[in-house]
Design a protein around this ligand. Structure first.
Ligand SMILES: [Zn+2]
Length: 287
């Protein structure tokens, strides 16, 4: 069964750990993440971007696959299926398709319009018992094809959005999607502390979890971050393991061409990455 992310994130905030959001792209990705969460008895959030949703043949296909897998694999830990960086239209489509959690990214709108659209979704999600993530201050890196350097959110604007009744808030604190450049100045804990001061108990979300040093992750959790998004890191570990398999010529040995064998090293690599992150975030045994 899919659950809203509300309870798992409130528990995480109280217990000073974070729940990982791992983005899915296909069956192997989903299976690797769900099995790892179950093995480690960790709550988990499966993230689906609009692009990945299209790739997987639409949100209804995604909901069917995830629900079927939870049942067939006997997954009993809390699982939220979450739209990542949704548009207003995408959010409505995922609500209709049966997602249990939605992110509406209105960070590129003027604050008034972000408020108006977020408010409409707060009402819809409340009625259906879904969790809702809002974003203030664009997160850097490649987001919707636009490369930014990682802005810091205005704490006052964070409060305005938090007060609308969203479940969790993503605030830009200098974090970036994708790989971090070598001259990256690090997370702005000053901004994080100022946002936390304004929004109180609301669980905060850290996007761009790939490549943030461990001590910064731990400090961010201690300052109220309860959800951390990981995407690029699973892609890189899948890529490295698949490359190794091919370079070692294993695809040309015996039945090594069988897609179930060809994709297996990447699958195991995703499991290892997810395990490493769940241990770092402190969510192991918290299901
Ligand atoms: Zn993000």
């Amino acid at each position: 069964m899919l659950v809203s992310a509300k309870e798992m994130l409130n528990k995480a905030r109280e217990g000073k750990y974070a729940v990982g959001q791992f983005n899915i792209n296909n069956l192997e990705w989903t299976k690797a993440i769900l099995l790892t969460a179950q093995e480690l008895q960790s709550p988990v959030i499966l993230g689906v971007s609009e692009g990945a949703g299209k790739y997987m043949c639409g949100y209804k296909t995604v909901v069917g696959m995830v629900k079927g897998m939870i049942e067939e694999l006997g997954i009993t830990v809390p699982v939220a299926l979450h739209l990542d960086h949704g548009t207003f239209e995408g959010a409505k489509a995922c609500i209709n398709a049966g997602f249990s959690s939605i992110m509406f990214d209105g960070s590129h709108y003027p604050i008034e319009e972000n408020i108006e659209k977020t408010t409409a979704l707060v009402h819809a999600c409340d009625i259906l018992g879904l969790s809702l993530e809002a974003e203030v201050g664009a997160i850097g890196g490649e987001e919707d094809g636009v490369i930014g350097s990682g802005e810091c959110a205005d704490p006052e604007e964070c409060k305005m959005i938090a007060d609308l009744g969203v479940t969790m808030l993503a605030a830009g604190i200098g974090n970036i999607h994708g790989k971090y450049p070598e001259n990256w100045p690090g997370l702005s804990f000053e901004t994080l502390a100022a946002v936390k001061e304004k929004v109180g108990d609301m669980p905060l979300v850290l996007h761009g979890g790939t490549g943030i040093p461990e001590d910064m992750i731990k400090k961010a959790i201690s300052l109220g971050v309860a959800k951390i998004n990981v995407n690029t890191e699973c892609q890189l570990s899948f890529q490295a393991a698949t490359r190794k398999y091919i370079e070692e010529g294993k695809d040309q040995q015996g039945k090594g061409f069988d897609p179930r064998k060809l994709l297996a090293p990447g699958f195991e690599a995703i499991k290892a990455t997810v395990k490493e992150k769940m241990e770092l975030f402190g969510s192991v045994g918290k299901a």
